[in-house]
Write a protein that binds this ligand. Structure first.
Ligand SMILES: Cc1cc2nc3c(=O)[nH]c(=O)nc-3n(C[C@H](O)[C@H](O)[C@H](O)COP(=O)(O)O)c2cc1C
Length: 205
């Protein structure tokens, strides 16, 4: 048996405790699956890195012309799911399911994150028209080489307007803890809108 899932004052506090535990056991605890929905109702899902989070929400950075960004533009309701293999009190694995609304972060926040990226990642973010087809890998690497030449070593590589972050403002956060015989523990935090108080419920596994 693992420890009971006792509600914290907010899911952010709970997430913080679990994230710290996941850092001890998982090589990339910030990886999460981000689900969006197309205008035709088709869901799509991909892994992203949740670079920062606080009581406002969970931040991801991407190409703002990508498929995911186009879908968010049409339907900002998204879902984000973490899974950690865990150990000790988290043995058997943990899952955190977040549902909410994606909103763009400020230009200043995107600038700050861009500034922290290594040069190669900045160049590749510009070289890649993310989600668009290209005739060959060589064509992509040629775009990279042209950009490398345009931005001399040591020179600033400015953030393009089409690269930035979204903050996923949660309305529903579920903490799932593996338990023997599939009597998994599930604790749901839910609120009607950002800023409203959270209520909690235990869900059957
Ligand atoms: C572990 C992992 C982390 C990733 N992190 C990001 C990320 O933070 N931002 C991003 O745009 N793509 C990230 N990707 C690539 C995405 O999964 C995806 O291929 C890309 O964003 C294009 O998705 P889209 O065409 O649906 O927009 C990551 C992939 C993996 C496997």
């Amino acid at each position: 048996m693992t420890a009971p899932l006792v509600p914290r004052p907010s899911p952010f506090q709970h997430f913080g405790e679990w994230f710290e535990a996941a850092r001890m056991t998982d090589p990339q605890p910030e990886a999460a699956a981000l689900a969006t929905v197309g205008a035709d109702g088709q869901p799509s899902n991909r892994l992203v890195l949740v670079r920062q989070w606080d009581v406002r929400g969970f931040e991801v950075f991407t190409n703002l012309r990508s498929r995911k960004a186009q879908e968010i533009g049409e339907q900002p309701r998204v879902a984000l799911t973490f899974h950690w293999k865990g150990a000790g009190p988290a043995r058997g694995g943990r899952q955190v399911r977040i549902e909410g609304v994606a909103e763009p972060v400020s230009a200043a926040e995107s600038d700050a994150y861009w500034a922290a990226r290594p040069r190669g990642s900045r160049i590749s973010a510009i070289a890649s028209d993310q989600s668009e087809p290209i005739e060959s890998r060589e064509a992509l690497l040629a775009k990279r080489d042209a950009l490398e030449q345009r931005h001399a070593e040591g020179e600033d590589v400015p953030r393009p307007a089409h690269w930035g972050g979204y903050r996923i403002v949660p309305l529903r956060v579920e903490f799932w803890q593996h338990e023997d015989d599939r009597y998994h523990r599930r604790l749901l935090y839910i609120r009607s809108r950002a800023g409203a108080p959270w209520s909690t419920a235990i869900l059957q596994p």
